[in-house]
Design a protein. Structure first.
Length: 115
């Protein structure tokens, strides 16, 4: 039952949380850091673009036309914001795949040999 819970935590909550709970501390912390970093970069890149678009006060058709013409924002700025979002999506996706491939059984320490 715990194995199913750990798998659900990894796939539906935060990648790495189920791995951390199953006793794989190093892998779990790495997966959590990777997923949180990816999530933050995605929000940063997409949030800046959404903020610019929402505060432009134009219809979606006008916004699309201005993005294609390069008059809403310089193409370098658009590509920079898109690249932050794409890097974030890639990091989050890789942590999710890594968490899905990590075995979720509890780690049992080996028995101590008797003298």
């Amino acid at each position: 039952m715990l194995k199913v819970l750990f798998i659900l935590l990894n796939l539906l909550a935060f990648p790495g949380l189920g791995t951390l709970c199953s006793g794989r501390k190093k892998a779990g912390v790495c997966q959590l850091v990777l997923s949180v970093t990816g999530y933050a970069l995605t929000l940063l890149g997409a949030g800046i673009l959404v903020n610019i678009i929402l505060h432009s006060g134009q219809t979606p058709g006008e916004i699309a036309e201005k993005i294609l013409n390069g008059t809403l924002m310089p193409p370098e700025k658009l590509l920079m914001n898109l690249s932050w979002a794409i890097i974030g999506i890639t990091l989050f996706g890789s942590s999710w795949v890594w968490a899905a491939l990590t075995p979720q059984g509890r780690i049992v320490p080996p028995p101590i040999p008797q003298p």
